[in-house]
Design a protein around this ligand. Sequence first.
Ligand SMILES: *[C@@H]1O[C@H](CO)[C@@H](O)[C@H](O)[C@H]1NC(C)=O
Ligand SMILES: *[C@@H]1O[C@H](CO)[C@@H](O)[C@H](O)[C@H]1NC(C)=O
Ligand SMILES: *[C@@H]1O[C@H](CO)[C@@H](O)[C@H](O)[C@H]1NC(C)=O
Length: 560
Amino acid sequence: MRLLNKDLRLQDITLMYLTVLVTVVVLLVASYQAPAVHSRPALAYHIPLDPSGQLELSWNISYPTQEVYLELKVKELHHGVLLGMSDRGEPTNADLVLLWDDGHKSYFGDAWSDNEGRVMLDTQQDYELLETHQSTEGFFLLFKRPFSTCDPHDYIIEEGTVHIIYAMLERPILSLHELNISRLQPGIQRVLLLRPDAPSPALPRDVRTLEVLAPDVIIPTQETTYWCHIYQLPPNMPKNHIVMYESVITPGNEAIVHHIEVFECSPQMDTVPQFSGSCDSKMKPRKLNYCRHVLAAWAMGAEPFYYPADAGLPLGGEGSSRFLRLEVHYHNPLLISGRSDSSGIRLWYTPSLRRFDAGIMELGLVYTPVMAIPPRQLSFQLTGYCTAKCTQTALPVGGVHIFASQLHTHLAGLEVRTVLVRGGKEVEVVQEDKHFSTHYQWNQMNYESGFVAVEPNYHLMRWIFKKYIYCPLCRFQGRESCSCPGTTVEEQFSSLSWDGFSGEVLNSLYLTSPISMHCNQSTAELFPVNWKGPQQINNLVGRSKHCRCHRKPEVCAVNE
Ligand SMILES: *[C@@H]1O[C@H](CO)[C@@H](O)[C@H](O)[C@H]1NC(C)=O
Ligand SMILES: *[C@@H]1O[C@H](CO)[C@@H](O)[C@H](O)[C@H]1NC(C)=O
Ligand SMILES: *[C@@H]1O[C@H](CO)[C@@H](O)[C@H](O)[C@H]1NC(C)=O
């Protein structure tokens, strides 16, 4: 008889609390009563974990107590389930929480894995089991954990991407020592666990909706597909403001639709041919490459996105295009065939224009060989600048308010932060992600308390940390363009021998050379800026966060 059958109740689970020694000193918590379950409201956020939809994670956040409540739904529980968090989704050096049985009893505990995959119980148990119940939908396990536990084997839950790992236990586990987590081959899901808990602004009464959906696509039987579809707005649509958008996912496909974007095409094109097919298709009309102005972006697990009450994103009207490009990323690693899909984005817009037009400002690095990363680096930091010369010219006199932000890198990005600088000091971290993944970069966020104000004489900087990529570079000349007569930049690059030291030399050259900046208008033309004078931002003083650990509730004090 299986122990973790559908009748498993909280009383039947041995909690690994206060388990100090590795020789399992268990505390049977028979008196721990399961609270009345089904009356409890659902947790605020949800995300499917595995591509077949067996596991689902729901959570909510309590900022006052600095805790996350997590609920795991398992459609069919066998001998247990494992959930974990690690820097980049690797099974080793992970913070784990496990429910397992040994054939007789069921156990719940906080554990960790070492760098060879051995699983050990934590001496300090920080995951607190709150409730279990079984319904027709599956088995539910509710537990909570502080953001930061002060246990060196635990992951610190911070703003930004969290790599979640998961695995089902298919046979009884007599002792955790017999587990090698690498052999379980846990799956990975990336989520934005911490989110602002500000209430969403109310939608105006005259709000209308427009759905930009995939036209009943048969999801290709391949792991990754980017589906492109051209959508036409009605002719002569006057200017409206988009005030909210949300995803529309075809029921049953929640675990396959990975992310969705809607772009507006360039208004310079009178017409864009109808197209519905793979974005990589050779048949794709070239004009689709000119549909790049982002109107909406959603990724798995994201909530509806609301604009602030006094701003909206223009849709329609003069100087805009009728043509929109929908792009849906299907992630189908199980190669499920014959599944049809009409997922997309629902835009909520109003004809009653709000006081401010929202806009999108892009910061970062231009594609140039003199900003390349040399080979064989464990990590390498690149910095892009938008200096005060540019913000003074490009921003309106009173400055702008940043209310949301999104980070983006290509394959090698590992860590990204955007900061606001004044007088050589970081005054605000606009957004930071220490566990950034190129596979999950649509993590928009709204500010809980007001906005970040950018006054015209601020610098904005974007830092990107990347790992090794093979990249072209000609001899660094401190300028944006480089001429390498007779040889390609790849050849120049490979003619040098690269190691940590030469990487550092190149890095210091990057840091001390004059900045070359594109301060561009949305028409892709340069702002007329007078570039004379030094452009280097040296000796930047960072804001340091010193976290102190207290006993519960965990509080992180920020010393500036
Ligand atoms: C989160 O969920 C738990 C369990 O349902 C509940 O007790 C708690 O009040 C919720 N917290 C917030 C901030 O919603
Ligand atoms: C666990 O399994 C992995 C992959 O099979 C192996 O490399 C590792 O050495 C194993 N660890 C232990 C402690 O046996
Ligand atoms: C900025 O504008 C110039 C001139 O039109 C163009 O060559 C350059 O590619 C633009 N830079 C970016 C980052 O778009």
